[in-house]
Design a protein around this ligand. Structure first.
Ligand SMILES: [Ca+2]
Ligand SMILES: [Ca+2]
Length: 140
């Protein structure tokens, strides 16, 4: 298990955000569609997270709701992960993939914070605020 984590880290280490984005943009249109995002997350093998859950996270990251993530929207998501991580723990550099995985896991925990198994609008709103992303950003 630990070995696998190390391997993952070595594989991803050195890739910048754009490189990683291009890697998971399988149809190479410069945006991440929901199925591409789900595929990328699936590779992370996060326990107890269904494709539908990942779809919900996608909708949350998709700030302008056009059904695809621009590099900018994706960057905001990853930067949110980096920022919150730096505040919590000082660690050796971690991979983008691992940051994304952690951010997604945290999003789910926050989604379901009242543990009724449903996500209320209020919970989504609080999660948005916690992420600190600029959801008013009008990107193309
Ligand atoms: Ca794409
Ligand atoms: Ca979008």
């Amino acid at each position: 298990m630990l070995l696998k984590k190390v391997q993952e880290h070595l594989e991803i280490h050195g890739l910048d955000l754009n490189t990683y984005f291009q890697r998971i943009d399988s149809n190479k249109d410069g945006k991440l569609q929901k199925n591409e995002f789900i595929e990328a997350v699936k590779l992370m093998k996060i326990p107890n997270v269904s494709n539908a859950d990942v779809g919900q996270v996608f909708d949350l990251i998709d700030a302008n709701g056009d059904g695809s993530l621009t590099p900018n929207e994706f960057a905001l998501f990853i930067q949110g992960a980096k920022k919150s991580k730096q505040e919590r723990i000082k660690q050796v550099p971690v991979s983008i993939e691992r940051e994304m995985r952690q951010e997604i896991q945290e999003l789910f925990r926050e989604f379901d914070e009242n543990t009724d198994g449903k996500v209320s609008d209020q919970e989504i709103f609080r999660t948005m605020m916690a992420m600190g992303t600029s959801i008013t950003l009008a990107d193309a």
